[in-house]
Design a protein. Sequence first.
Lengths: 178, 410
Amino acid sequence: MSIELAQRLQQRFADAITEVQDARDMPVLICKKDQISAILTHLRDDPDYQCNLLTDITAVDYLKYPVKQPQRFAVVYHLYSLEHGHRFRLKAYLSVADLSIDSAVPLWKTANWLEREIWDMYGIRFNNHPNLKRILNHIEFEGHPLRKDYPVDKRQILTINDSLMDEMDKRLKEKGLK
Amino acid sequence: MQRVNQLHPVAEDFEPAFYKDLHTDLMFLNMGPSHPASHGTLRTFVALDGETIMAAVLEIGYLHRGFEKTAEHRTYDQVIPYTDRLNYVSALMNNVGFAKAVEGLLGVTVPDRCIFLRVIISELMRIVDHLVCQGANLVDIGALTNFWYLFNQREKLYDILDKLTGARLTNSFTRIGGLARDAYEGFEDDVLNVLKDFEAAVLDVTRLVKKNRIFQNRTVGIGVISAEDAISYGFTGPCLRASGVPYDLRAVHPYYYYDQFDFEIPVGENGDVYDRFMVRFEEIHQSIRIIRQALKMLPGGPVNSDDKRVSLPPKDQTYVHIEGLINHFKHIYEGVKVPAGEFYDATEAANGELGFYIVSDDSGKPYRVRCRPPCFTIFSAFPDMVEGGLIADAISTLGSINIIAGELER
């Protein structure tokens, strides 16, 4: 059922969705990164799909993966529809030369933190993200630890406290208090 | 100044000089990271006008341990102890969630006895998670007595877990394709006894707080999040259900025979602290129902899959035959071999949808493990929930969304 929906979506976005795979857990749509916002918007708003719950955004670094992949990095979206109960996985491959993709924050508020985490862990930029700042690692941290070329035993000395005034300024302006 | 005028319009008429100089800038204050009411190392930086929070921003990561990176360098079975430390209040549910995801990726089915035992321990942990959340939150809002009512019973369950798994908090009880060991003799009776205690404790506490005027003043209409916002923020679990969305993986996409149990999904209306309390209280009763049914249906037989890919050979093979020994050795040293692929699997943990997205590369170690923690998405909504309220309400709101730093920051 949901694989048919995925194939219909591919017909609609013929030039943006390069491949549809019928994985065991859910249909996988391989998307081009420049139209990811349009596809996500359609999946969220179209009555046939209504994927209103963004379960997760994550990324994978395929640097040392034995099976050849189109590009080194992939951003992976997991969508779920509370109305229809179907799931979709969207993958957008990113080349190392241009590690950026459009932000999903205008569509889902939860994308804010999830994308910050990907920026923190993989160094993938999200265009038009309101506050693309490290989230789990310390502000002084150098490098992106979930990349495959970051050594697992590397240590860094980090000392500065984050005053958080940069974020607070933004928040106060949003609220009209400054 | 504007707020002072609202509060004391008359006084200003009498003492204009005093009020002209009164300093009414916003005051900035750090709530946490080290504070008993911050439930883990969570830092909330707030801008205050009097006692009202005008703006709040968060800093997390104090408990970040690099679970996902570490998991890439361990065999699948070795990852299980790390999953204990995700939501350390209900460690067994993380064990089950991870094992289920790897089994899904491999296509291994586990025996029915294992499934029912997993259901029983998961539901027990859901009860404990809710007891801890409710107990601690009630302390935060001043209802200290309830803490002991709930925590004393929790201690009784930990005695059972001690006997069952050998540990109280970090149990590491599941294995890929089964469990570490079968239940001990008398496990069923122990569980039935502790369920009675849970029921009594929850009823006592419910009676104390449900219609209590002070409790209602502290919780009704506090920390409200609408269903629409909750969905946009990716809420799952009791917090989403308190906002009126009946999404529970156990009912919507039943796994582990959950469709055969008779239970209900409690749903709130307003999405405030009170609703989250009541949803959790009711979920405890529903979990007790599930456990009683599961204990009745608990079949005999092995707890470990006989699939050679995941299970250790029987000990008489290991100690007597060279093939068995090699098999055992390779299984321990190289890990469970998982063909290249990717898989997302989610279970309904105590805080919501606990998902594992695993990418495998045909070796004994996962290529990538992504843990989708329910807390992470919920906590990002915290500023929206507390802004405009009082500091004291921020504390009860934080307790009611049950943030577990181990899972939030991994």
